[in-house]
Design a protein around this ligand. Sequence first.
Ligand SMILES: [Zn+2]
Length: 321
Amino acid sequence: MTISRRNFLRDSTQVLSCASLLGVSGLASAAAKPRIEVKDVNGLALFTGAGGNVVALPSPEGALLIDGGLAANSAALLKAVASNTGSKRISTLINTHWHPEQTGSNEAVGKTGAKIISHEVTRLALARKNNPSALVKGAYGGLPKEALPTVTTYNTGSLEVAGETVDYRYLPAAHTNGDLLVHFPKHNVIVAGGPVAGNEWPVIDWIAGGFYHGFLRSYEILAELAKPDTLVIGAAGEPLTGAEIARRKDIYWELFKQFFILFNVGFGPEDVVAFNAGQEFVGVTPVVADRPLKDLIEKMGDPAQFLECAYRGLQQATLPH
Ligand SMILES: [Zn+2]
């Protein structure tokens, strides 16, 4: 098996192959009538079926909502939030990042005068028209003024909701370049946004500023913040424990080392995918004997899109333009 040099060419066809897998399925799901389901996570309400995970905390002054699903599902989601939390209104909405699966309720919620909190980069992205990214198939953004975040941060912030201090914090260049986590210390829950996807593979939007170094740093931050029994809710999938986040941090660190060994012997994204699928490469396997994703692949299935997007981000940052 020889290494395919053509993989170094970052042409538009290859970008779209990375783009088409998740973005299309996410948008296509909006066409069908959404089935919003809700479950309790340590006293917080987790809503699924709107396009991405949505978390709510009821409060007499109005509910706090983290992310808002796709715009096409917003009406159904907000109805479910109102009936489940008993809150007449949403007082604050936090966007973990700018993707359509997280910001589809901004307009409806913003029009009621609610506060919308995000990273400043997320506000900038929502205010303009964005070209397709690694995860968003069509252009997105240029949202109306009422849909734009009204409070932004570059780093950290906090707010009081129902007698609890809720903290939010930047996860640098993890999934996009404007990711926030939201920590509920009293509920022992962290809403982690894009870098975490339960037992589905997370995907780094390397065209929108996500980067493997930042992705890895986000797992370090989450592992430091979470106790072993903390429940960590990602943008998709089931909540994970803090202990599982710490375990995955170690696995992703091993992958980071593997990437650089493979990078230095000239591997392209397709080669990295093949290598982690168990394909033998003459002269390379003895150098990198183990495949750190093995356990996760057994649980989560094919990591091709995760690997391809993660590795393309490294190439983009490292190869001369
Ligand atoms: Zn996303």
